[in-house]
Write a protein that binds this ligand. Sequence first.
Ligand code: BEZ
Ligand code: FE
Length: 291
Amino acid sequence: MTTTETSTAQSVSDAVTAGSHATDIARSGAATFRTAGGGADEARVATVVGAALEGIRSAIRDNKVTYEEFDAFKRWLISVSDTGEWPLFLDVYLEFEVEKVAADTQQGSVGTILGPFWLDGQAQLDSPATLPMRDDEPGTPMILAGQVTATDGTPLAGAKVDIWHTDSEGWYSGFAAKPPAGNLRAVVTADDQGHYEIHTRKPAPYTIPLDGPTGQMTLAAGWSPWRPAHIHLLVTAPGHRTLTTQLFFTGDPYLGNDVASADKPELTLDPQPTGNGDEVRSDRDFVLEAE
Ligand code: BEZ
Ligand code: FE
């Protein structure tokens, strides 16, 4: 996907299609693997909400925000709701800070943000596995393999590797019209030594939807709307803290300038040719902290 492409191959509005689906998922609380339930006491609400409001008030004071700008801001907030883009906006501009807070207390492999495009209920496959894909799935064939262990090195038999990523044109199944449901998504069960091997296609960089308020605001500010190509992973094993992470690719032009600020040097892969046609392979182990 490029910044100049229109949405004709996808849907009337990519932003509304992706946004409303992501909103339904967020509203359902399906991503409960990382939350311990809602609710906060009065002091916590006053402290956190008070600090957030004071940040906005100081932006108004310091920049002498006008009524025209305040009214434009109201209209923009309403359009974020209308398009269902709250999950997208929050995951692009705020989730990485929440993830940094969480990472402070997490041992084991480096994590990063979840983002709005995870889906529950995908194909359950045993390793070695080939992700569900079209017969003529475009892109470079890629193998991702490794071992899941505990922090003391014990192999985690039967660990699960939930994986999802875009196709080689930058589209996510379930959020864009082109790839079929379930394309390039699965939950892969590792073997009795925690080894996993996943056959897929290399993903591509993509922009956040540009026809919605999050993309429009990003462009209005002159910021890059691109995410470097990446593979999302949720690695789980009973009794261990879930690892939410992404893997990026060396040489990607958008590394270091990720609109979602989620790329980290520790998460970069350097896939090497396997000698089987144009297939490449990367090995990556995951270490999970005991709960
Ligand atoms: C993603 O990685 O899919 C993503 C993360 C944050 C915002 C938008 C997309
Ligand atoms: Fe992504």
